[in-house]
Every structure is written in C-alpha cells, then in structure tokens.
Design a protein around this ligand. Structure first.
Ligand code: DX5
Ligand code: ZN
Length: 216
C-alpha cells in the first residue's frame, strides 16, 4: 500500500483554522492528525471537544485523533461523539489496554496504540492482533517542531517484523520530526502513515510539501 500522510493541526494557524482545514481537504493528504494533550501525560495542553467538533464540520477526510492524556477510557465516547474516526491511546497511559482497545472498536472507531520513544516494541506482542494501528513517537510527545530521534527507524523495522510474525493487519504510523530528510528511510522501514506538523505548516507552499511527502 502507498503510504498515507496525516498533517498535524497542532502547527496550524488556530486563528485561521478553517482555511488550514480547507487546504488539507484540497491537498493530497489522507487524514487529519489531531493532538490532544492534557497537561498531565505531557507537559502541554492543546485543545478539546469544542474545537474537534468544529474541525469535524469542515474536514472531508478522517480524523486521526492522538490522545496524550492519562486514563483515556474516561473519554472514549466523547471523542466518538466529537467525530474521531481513528482513536489512538498511549501504551504508557493505560492500565487495561486490552479493554480500552475493545471499547474504542465497539464504538466503530479504528483503534491505535502509541509508544513513547523509551517504550520497547516487544511489549505489544499480546495486543498487536487487536489493533488497527501502532503510532511510533519519534520525539517525546508534547510539542511540535522537535528533532527526530533516529532510533525510531529500528523500532519501525522491529514492529513491522512483529506484525508479520503475528499476522496482524496493524498499520504503522510515525509522529515527530518527520520531514524530507527521513521520509524515505521511514517508508523503507515499513511505515504506512506519516504525521507531519511543522514541516508542512512552516513551509511556503503547504500543498506542495504534502505532495512531496506523498511522493517520497
Ligand atoms: C507531538 C505530536 C505531534 C506533533 C508533530 O507530541 O504528537 O503530532 O504535532 O509535530 P512535528 O511534525 O512538528 O514534529
Ligand atoms: Zn501526534
């Protein structure tokens, strides 16, 4: 499968959010990546339900919602009602991950698990067959515009092997510091979905940058 691109709205212009959403609608991007931060799991707070609902009204592509919040089980239904199509929780934030994943899927959403840079891939051995995607954090979560951690490439290769060994259909998504310099390596390592925030929104021609990310 050709890889997908999921622009992270964290780096969008929130004063002109509709304009940036329309740009993604008309671009070659596949999903909208929404970063939800609670100031507890990560040292930053982003945005919540009212903003997601407004994004949903204008977005013509699936909402790929990345929860960086403690105990996400409390809000699964609310994220569904706000318009999430894909809901990803952090491995490090869930005590009963299997139950959380089943809850997400029971609402009809795709379920993902995200791993922080220090969390090893092998911990997914007994859950990989239950998930639709795994999001490898290639920076420490919390902020856009950070530097890509090179070890992420090895993690993606290891994850790809685990998916094959377990005959899982999980897709591999990477998030953090993605730009033209690492796209090829990521795709060759087995990455299916590229998240990019600052690289897209800080570029002169955002549509063209998305096109480049798709091409590589
Ligand atoms: C970081 C977020 C990312 C962030 C990526 O915690 O999960 O989605 O927006 O931003 P860039 O692409 O600028 O590293
Ligand atoms: Zn993210």
């Amino acid at each position: 499968m050709a890889h997908l691109v999921s622009p992270s709205l964290l780096s969008a212009d929130f004063g002109n959010l509709q304009r940036d959403i329309e740009m993604i609608n008309t671009s070659e991007a596949d999903w909208f990546h929404l970063d939800i931060m609670d100031g507890m799991f990560v040292p930053n707070i982003s945005f919540g339900f009212p903003v997601i609902k407004h994004i949903k009204k204008h977005a013509k592509k699936p909402l790929d919602v990345h929860l960086m919040i403690v105990n996400p089980d409390r809000y699964i239904e609310d994220f569904y009602n706000a318009g999430a199509d894909i809901l990803t929780v952090h491995y490090e934030a869930c005590d009963h991950l299997h139950r959380t994943i089943q809850n997400i899927k029971s609402k009809g959403m795709k379920a993902g698990i995200s791993l922080n840079p220090h969390t090893p891939v092998h911990l997914l051995k007994d859950i990989i067959s239950d998930v639709d995607l795994v999001l490898i954090m290639s920076v420490n979560p919390g902020f856009g515009g950070q530097k890509f951690i090179p070890n992420s490439i090895e993690k993606i290769k290891e994850l790809k092997q685990l998916i094959i060994d377990k005959k899982s259909s999980a897709l591999i998504e990477v998030d953090g510091g993605v730009d033209n310099s690492n796209v090829k390596l990521l795709v060759n390592a087995g990455c299916d979905i590229l998240v990019a925030g600052s690289y897209i929104f800080k570029s002169e021609d955002q549509m063209e940058t998305i096109k480049e990310l798709k091409k590589n």
